[in-house]
Design a protein around this ligand. Structure first.
Ligand code: IMP
Ligand code: MG
Length: 174
């Protein structure tokens, strides 16, 4: 076992170009504002920062802390709310902003939880999707990139809290 190796899967330029497209699409789909962007800490914070600025419409930001993974690469299967929202969602158009949809366990739990707060609509925007890993049926309305079953880091995504500040999305090998 040597040092972990990083291989670029999606470059900074590809990410930024895709986010501009997503921002325009989201703005066109929501005729009346504001759009409530609910970022899932911590992984989605960088995607949310870029996406919010790519949407040429009024948005409001809130954050929710969820922990489903320990320090490793595989899910513990448990979901826990570690920080709740500050804003009321009643009657609002909610866009959950997530870094990656993997098994779908986190987003299934979260969508049910937020649905009980009577928003007008709930949709999901995920930077990445690993459809081959799905255990629960989650449909993200907006997806940056679909990727194969590889463990990735960067652009908010971590391995044991490292690598979140990489500008590219990289495969962690080794
Ligand atoms: P799910 O509940 O299995 O869909 O897990 C979603 C969460 O798992 C994401 O928000 C990430 O924090 C984490 N995750 C899943 N795949 C990866 C990966 O390839 N790299 C880093 N984190 C990941
Ligand atoms: Mg995470």
């Amino acid at each position: 076992m040597g040092q972990p190796q990083l291989r670029v899967l999606i470059s900074e330029q590809q990410i930024q170009q895709r986010i501009q497209e997503l921002g325009k699409q989201i703005a066109a789909d929501y005729p009346e504002g504001p759009i409530y962007l609910v970022g899932i800490l911590k992984g989605a914070c960088i995607f949310l920062s870029d996406l919010a600025r790519a949407i040429p419409k009024p948005v409001r930001l809130d954050f929710m802390g969820i922990s489903s993974y320990g320090k490793g690469k595989s899910s513990s299967g448990e979901v826990k709310v570690t920080k709740d929202l500050d804003l009321s969602l009643e009657g609002m158009d909610i866009l959950i902003v997530e870094d990656i949809v993997d098994t779908g366990v986190t987003l299934t739990y979260l969508t049910h939880l937020l649905d009980q707060r009577k928003p007008r609509s709930i949709k999901i925007a995920a930077m990445l999707d690993k459809p081959s890993r799905r255990l629960r049926p989650v449909e993200a309305r907006y997806v940056g990139f679909s990727i194969p079953d590889e463990f990735v880091v960067g652009y908010g995504l971590d391995y044991a809290e490292d690598y979140r500040n990489l500008r590219d999305i990289c495969i962690l090998e080794g």
